[in-house]
Write a protein that binds this ligand. Structure first.
Ligand code: ADP
Ligand code: MG
Length: 358
């Protein structure tokens, strides 16, 4: 199958919104009058961002999800995307599954594929998304990294740290305890050596959820849209909460106080750990949990600020977008980051976020 057959078979679909889709030298987009275009690119490279044997369906989802997350952080409504694909071979079942994962998420957000490029080479996926943001009275409604004000509340959406938990388990950096073997007579008679017992059903569910957070993150597009005019600034958490908070603070020329032990409550697996304590549980220290929440990465949640006068509006936006949000601290005029424990005591900040070249 040649390059053009491949595009036609797996990626070309009837154009629904764009003025011109796949097939010409350029695609043509017609944004709504009075809107700005919001544009962002993200590249996924095998061995860096995903395992070689990753399920192509989840890879298709994730490649678009990480891009939609940038639109969400900007409060932009998704319109369209382009796909630049470098493939080692034409593997039809692989392409079929990749396209299914990609288009399922694209359709859920009414975001259509309007073009791209296809070449032979190491597996590499680069997507560029286009969204739009209204301009009202000459003022853009885009959520920027630069709008945080001293006194603003600091919020994070959804769950953080779970993707990193799943990654550490997959990489063997962390092992989960097995369930204590059953001690019925029947078991004792039929097994001489205690067989490795399975994880508890609940722990299996918790880890499946964590793995789904890693493989199929949920871009918080609806929340980003609902926060327009409410949040003073926003960023999506891709490289770790504190690292991304650092970008936000730099752009906003301010500092922040973060309650580390409130942030860890955003880890879905932590709720299970608290409930199951003393029984079979995930064997992590408080320090481990703090690292997952504060430096985990791959969360694709929104980290945003809003003035205290907007507290009710933030809760309404969270409800309307069916996305939980949690206040984890506030913005300070004094530069720098202050981390506090549950007693309000200062914690050291050894947490580093992901940097490809560090
Ligand atoms: P050009 O030579 O002008 O760059 P190509 O021959 O590379 O165009 O691509 C032909 C058409 O197919 C273009 O409209 C391009 O946008 C589209 N296209 C190429 N690769 C992809 C892809 N992976 N996904 C979607 N559209 C693609
Ligand atoms: Mg080309």
């Amino acid at each position: 199958m040649g390059e053009f057959d491949l595009i036609a078979r797996f990626f070309k679909r009837p154009t629904r919104h764009a003025a011109l889709g796949i097939g010409d030298d350029c695609a043509l987009l017609q944004p709504t009058p009075g809107c700005q275009l919001a544009i962002s690119s993200d590249m996924l490279v095998q061995g860096r961002h995903f395992f070689a044997d990753v399920d192509p369906r989840t890879l298709g989802h994730k490649a678009l999800a990480v891009n939609l997350s940038d639109l969400a952080a900007c409060g932009a409504k998704p319109l369209a995307f382009t796909l630049a694909l470098s493939l080692p071979e034409v593997n039809e079942p692989w392409l079929e599954a990749f396209a299914q994962g990609l288009f399922a998420l694209a359709d859920a957000h009414h975001c259509e594929l309007i073009g791209g490029d296809t070449t032979a080479g190491p597996l590499n996926i680069c997507i560029t998304v286009f969204g739009e943001v209204p301009v009202l009275g000459g003022r853009s409604l885009a959520l920027l990294r630069s709008g945080a004000q001293p006194g603003d509340d600091l919020y994070v959406s959804g769950t953080i740290g779970d993707a990193r938990l799943a990654l550490d388990v997959a990489l063997g950096k962390l092992s989960l305890p097995a369930q204590a073997p059953a001690t019925s007579n029947a078991k004792v008679m039929t097994t001489n050596v205690a067989a490795p017992a399975p994880l508890s059903d609940e722990l299996i569910d918790v880890m499946a959820f964590a793995r789904a957070r890693l493989d199929t993150p949920t871009p918080r597009v609806a929340l980003g849209l609902a926060l327009r005019g409410i949040a003073s600034c926003a960023i999506d958490v891709s490289d770790g909460l504190l690292g991304d908070l650092g970008h936000l603070l730099e752009c906003s020329h301010s500092g922040a106080t973060v309650h580390a032990d409130i942030a860890i409550q955003s880890i879905a697996a932590y709720a299970y750990y608290k409930r199951a304590i003393g029984q079979l549980s995930i064997n992590l220290s408080l320090e481990n949990w703090r690292t997952l929440a504060l430096a985990g990465g791959d969360d694709y949640e929104l980290l945003f600020t809003a003035p205290p006068s907007q507290r009710d509006a933030v809760q309404t936006a969270a409800l309307a977008s069916q996305t939980p949000v949690r206040c984890i601290g506030h913005i300070d005029a004094k530069p720098g980051l202050r981390l506090l424990d549950a007693q309000g005591q200062a914690l050291p900040n050894p947490y580093t976020s992901f940097d490809h070249f560090a």
